[in-house]
Ligand binder design. Structure first.
Ligand code: EPU
Length: 420
């Protein structure tokens, strides 16, 4: 297993470019199933999760190839095998995104249940209830969702999500685009990735209004055409580099990001005393001498993203006082705390609330990555710590960050990967 070695305490200066968003690329790739023919999806990061979904689409009978300039080309056949096996789904929960498109296009699907993961139980009940409301019959059997559409075609409906769910909204919206009649979805997730998927679907001929709000209206069409779409920049990768820039003594320009997707984070970076400026092509962040403490509560977009909670905690661990972090989206997303403590951070957790007592510096140590965003936090902590930090189980990081060590090294970071 690869490791990342970081010699910390070195100031970072320079410019880093953001890749395409993993969490926008995955749903758009799944949406390709909705139309026969040759799709071209641009700005797709070369990540483990993208390769997993490519394997899944290939398993169903699609041809998936990397094209020029970061694009992925998907050829979708007339007939596919609508099955997502456990071995692929268990490595990536987002595989469940094929369920809606399979039901919409072929009227049947067999998709393994994803199960739990390091950050919580993460049920898919809202996906299933939404699809049932559209007329699918769903049974859970032998660890699989066995689904079919008795009428042959899904029917438009009104459905209210009990909980704002990003992939749930995406799954049900993808199913609704080929349903007969109008679907109104209420309490939808408003994340930019949902809006980007809607934009891709509209390019395919879908009729969707309201994406990016809590109410999405879809007028079903009979068929769609293949998509040509570039996915949005990765706001979480951008946010991770912005936090790196806000560490004491650093100054980093992040290019290719969309500031409007990062407002909640930028507000917190300003509150800790970092300077944030819009510059040509992106954002520049510079850290003060010492961050100020600030309370952070995660929430669905446009709130502070749960996917930035671990990284922000690194900054707060260095602050001049105590901060309270509240995680409201996932119930078990503090796995990084034990590892940050190994680096000297003073953090205690009580349920969904973490108390971060700043004031101590961090000192390098071997640490273990537990999930994707936790790994990113450990890299940031390693950059800020004195001495050497060794981050193990880097495969978590590789699921969501494209060549992170190659992007950080030109900023002056002493970081390298040791191949197993
Ligand atoms: N939830 C339910 N029932 C459902 C669906 C969700 O109870 O049917 C709950 C979840 O357990 C959680 C909350 O609702 O407590 C929100 O979960 P959501 O469904 O929005 O999460 P997701 O769609 O599974 C996506 C991202 C995550 C990101 C979350 C929250 C993708 C592929 N994944 O997950 O990204 O943390 O939204 O913003 O889009 C990551 O990239 O590291 C990552 C984990």
């Amino acid at each position: 297993m690869d490791k990342i070695l970081i010699e910390g305490g070195v100031p970072l200066h320079g410019t880093v470019a953001v890749s395409g968003a993993k969490n926008a690329a995955l749903p758009v790739m799944a949406a390709a199933l909705l139309a026969e023919g040759d799709h071209r999806i641009g700005n797709v990061p070369d990540l483990a999760d993208v390769r997993t979904l490519s394997r899944l689409l290939a398993h169903m009978g699609c041809r998936v190839e990397r094209g020029a300039g970061g694009s992925v080309e998907v050829r979708v056949p007339r007939d596919a095998s609508p099955e997502a096996p456990y071995d692929l789904v268990r490595t990536m929960r987002a595989s469940v995104l094929v369920l809606g498109p399979l039901l919409a296009r072929w009227g049947r699907a067999r998709v393994s249940l994803p199960g739990g993961c390091a950050i919580g139980a993460r049920p898919i009940d809202q996906h299933l209830q939404g699809l049932a409301a559209l007329g699918a019959e769903l049974r859970l059997e032998h660890g699989y969702v066995e689904a079919r559409v008795p009428r042959g075609r899904l029917s438009g409906t009104t459905f209210t999500f009990d909980k704002e769910t990003v992939t749930g909204t995406e799954n049900v919206m993808m199913a609704a685009v080929l349903a007969e009649g109008r679907t109104v979805l209420e309490n939808c997730a408003r994340e930019p990735e949902v809006s980007d998927l809607a934009a891709a679907l509209v390019r395919m001929g879908a009729r969707i209004e309201g994406a990016g709000t809590h109410r999405i209206q879809v007028d079903g069409v009979e068929s769609l055409r293949p998509v040509a779409h570039d996915v949005i920049p990765d706001r979480i990768e951008a946010g991770t580099f912005l936090v790196a820039g806000a560490l004491p003594g650093n100054r980093v320009t992040v290019t290719g990001c969309v500031p409007a997707h990062l407002e909640a984070l930028l507000e917190k970076l300003r509150s800790v005393g970092a300077s944030v400026a819009t510059v040509a092509g992106g954002l520049e962040v510079a850290g003060g001498a010492r961050p100020r403490p600030v309370d952070v509560k995660t929430a669905p977009f446009p709130g502070f993203p749960t996917d930035m909670q671990a990284q922000m905690m690194v900054l707060l661990a260095l602050a001049d006082g105590s901060s309270v972090v509240t995680e409201t989206v996932f119930e078990n997303r503090y796995m990084h705390v034990l590892e940050l403590r190994r680096l000297g951070a003073d953090i205690s957790v009580d349920g969904r609330v973490a108390l971060v007592k700043g004031g101590r510096g961090l000192s390098g140590a071997p640490v273990m990555a537990t999930d994707l965003r936790a790994s990113a936090a450990l890299v940031l902590a390693g950059l800020a710590a004195t001495g050497v930090t060794e981050v193990r189980r880097v495969y978590h990081l590789d699921r969501g960050y494209e060549r992170i060590e190659q992007k950080l090294a030109p900023l002056g970071a002493r970081i390298r990967r040791e191949r197993a």
